[in-house]
Design a binder for this molecule. Structure first.
Ligand code: BGP
Length: 479
């Protein structure tokens, strides 16, 4: 009676995902302005800054600033796209650097050289029938907006973002169909500087600031959805969250309640972006915690009328929580999302738990909650690779991770979840967002670049390159 769903749809968008600040380099070339991320060094100060804890932005001398050179995609995009095409990519997720287009964020006119660069990249992708998937803002905003306006604390930033987004839609309307408004929008609660250009002042009510900034981002996102639909009629514009299902440590109902709270912390913004209104649990939270948001009545109409077309999300790990304070002391290390150590799961070298089934669970949860198409726009294993003689990189651990996760994507599709595509994170080695390091590698393509910025930048195919090429060629038939 019911047709059996078999495997991946024929138009499934296999590919890889990147972000401008983690690949481009050329951080001040051809009129680009400084972005917030350009001020983040490697080392411990990176996470300190990322959380918005320092009031001074001054970079220290003689340090390595990862985004300044990155892997030089700015000059090598043709070579890199040729390699993606060789793997058979159907899509490539990338972001546009806001400050390449509007160097200060509040400029009257856009920087033509910046616009032209992305035209060139899109043309190169389209030459190989690779669909560009574009994130409008992936963790970098012009420093001027952060320093002189307070980033997303300030309502004015909405207007600058809207102008920036409209500029992109008008310019690239014939080249780009898939858009995302903000990368991992929920990250602003965990890394406020990275997520929203926020630097806290002494004594500031941080929760109030964060929820107000979140409101501004959601209004900006709704305005982008509106403009995108008006300017590019067949477009698909989505939200993007850092996802990952949560397990209770025990069957104690109190543990399960903690799970719901943790999930709602992640889903809150997506609830608004998908359903068009603030959920009841958020209103209660604001009332009970003395959080008073400045919300115009027009904002609520905008949120209601311009919900997203699909849910983009990253999935690296599941999490685990408990109501027991003693258990809560036993947390995993190395991930911005704190989690109780789950005894059933192994972890990566960076302490991130590895849970392929969690990806199927996450897909099902998001499908049940929103009933919108999903797009898995990040998933992957950060690991240290060794370059052997004859340019060989034996990354069987990465193949194993991806294989087990893609198998669960296939299961989710069979469960009836609509999934547009899968772009694994960092198809070419790039700068780690969390650590700023090069040695945390995700790629199918090895880049000869070291943590201190040295290296030839040569590109080398890893074993996983040939493996992923085969998966795409078969359209995941083995699953
Ligand atoms: C996500 C970001 C990416 C990326 C990824 C991996 O949060 O959207 O930009 O970096 O995480 O994290 P990391 O680079 O810290 O290993």
């Amino acid at each position: 009676m019911f047709e059996k769903v078999n495997g991946f749809p024929s138009n499934f968008l296999w590919g890889g995902a990147t972000a401008a600040n983690q690949i481009e380099g050329a951080y001040l070339s051809n009129g680009k302005g400084l972005t917030t991320i350009d001020l983040l060094p490697t080392g411990p100060k990176r996470s300190h800054f990322s959380k918005g804890n320092l009031s001074s932005f001054n970079p220290e001398a003689n340090q390595f600033y990862p985004s300044h050179g990155a892997i030089d995609f700015y000059h090598r995009y043709k070579e890199d796209i040729t390699l993606f095409a060789e793997m058979g990519f159907k899509s490539f997720r990338m972001s546009i650097s806001w400050a390449r287009i509007f160097p200060n964020g509040d400029d009257a006119v856009p920087n033509e050289a910046g616009l032209q660069f992305y035209d060139n990249v899109f043309d190169e992708l389209l030459k190989y029938d690779i669909e560009p998937i574009v994130t409008i803002c992936h963790f970098d905003i012009p420093v001027n907006l952060a320093e002189n306006y307070g980033g997303w604390k300030n309502r004015e930033t909405i207007c600058f973002y809207e102008k920036y987004a409209k500029t992109l839609f008008n310019r690239y309307k014939n080249k780009v169909k898939y858009w995302m408004t903000f990368n991992e929008i929920n990250m602003l609660f965990h890394l406020p500087y990275i997520g929203a250009g926020i630097v806290f002042e002494e004594g500031e009510n941080r929760e109030q600031t964060l929820y107000q900034a979140a409101h501004h981002e959601m209004v900006a996102s709704a305005l982008a959805v509106k403009a995108c639909h008006e300017i590019i009629p067949n477009s698909m514009i989505g939200c993007m969250l850092a996802a990952g299902n949560v397990y209770p440590y025990t069957a104690n109902p109190k543990d399960y309640w903690e799970v719901m709270k943790m999930e709602r912390d992640s889903y809150f913004l997506i609830d608004v972006q998908c359903k068009g209104e603030y959920p009841g649990y958020a209103k209660r939270f604001f009332n009970e915690n003395d959080i008073h948001l400045n919300i115009n009545s027009d904002d609520l109409v905008l949120l209601k009328n311009h919900t997203v077309d699909y849910v983009g999300f990253s999935y690296y790990s599941s999490r685990c929580t408990s109501a027991d304070p003693d258990i809560l002391n036993n947390l995993t290390d190395g991930n911005v999302f704190a989690s109780v150590i789950n005894p059933y799961l192994e972890t990566s070298e960076w302490g991130w738990s590895i849970d392929p089934l969690g990806l199927r669970i996450t897909c099902n949860q998001l499908h049940d909650r929103y009933n919108k198409p999903l797009f898995i726009v990040e998933n992957g294993l950060g690991a240290q690779d060794t370059l052997l003689d004859n340019d060989i990189v034996k990354d069987d651990y990465r193949i194993d991770y991806l294989d087990r996760h893609i198998a669960e994507v296939a299961e989710a599709i069979k469960d009836g979840v609509e999934i547009i595509g899968y772009t694994s994170w960092g198809p070419i080695d790039l700068i780690s967002n969390g650590t700023g390091e090069m040695k945390k590698r995700y790629g199918y393509i090895y880049v000869d670049r070291n943590n201190d910025g040295s290296g030839t930048l040569r590109r080398i195919r890893k074993d996983s390159f040939y493996w992923y090429k085969e998966i795409i060629a078969q359209n995941g038939a083995k699953y």
